[in-house]
Write a protein that binds this ligand. Structure first.
Ligand SMILES: [Zn+2]
Length: 119
């Protein structure tokens, strides 16, 4: 399961990050996920909650920022955001383009830490 390995990787990174800041825990993690990255959001959320159990991330929120697909249009000499991934063509002039500039991302954008409550 693809999403489970992504969730494990994200939780590992965030756990390391939190351990470098003593007395803090992870409140939220933000991921940028491109439309072409083949990540199933519901499966990723489910995996994230599963992997967080028993780690400093337990109860942390997962924010997913969807990144639309953009291609480079040689005719317009501009980067164009595709309204749909059904058709790889410039939405302005209609020229076909497979020169993908965005949409494949799977990046950990930020890790939010908060001070852990004292016992
Ligand atoms: Zn164009």
């Amino acid at each position: 399961m693809h999403e489970l390995s992504i969730a494990t990787y994200v939780v590992d990174l965030a756990t390391q990050h939190a351990s470098q800041h003593e007395g803090s825990r992870v409140a939220a993690v933000t991921l940028r996920v491109g439309s072409l990255s083949c990540v199933h959001e519901a499966a990723l959320r489910f995996s994230f909650d599963l992997v967080c159990e028993g780690t400093p991330l337990k109860g942390a929120e997962l924010h997913i920022v969807a990144v639309p697909v953009s291609v480079w249009c040689a005719a317009c000499q501009a980067e164009r955001e595709l309204p749909s991934i059904q058709r790889f063509a410039c939405p302005v002039c209609g020229a076909p383009s497979a020169d993908i500039r965005a949409g494949r991302e799977l990046d950990l954008e930020s890790i939010e830490l908060v001070e852990a409550a004292l016992p």
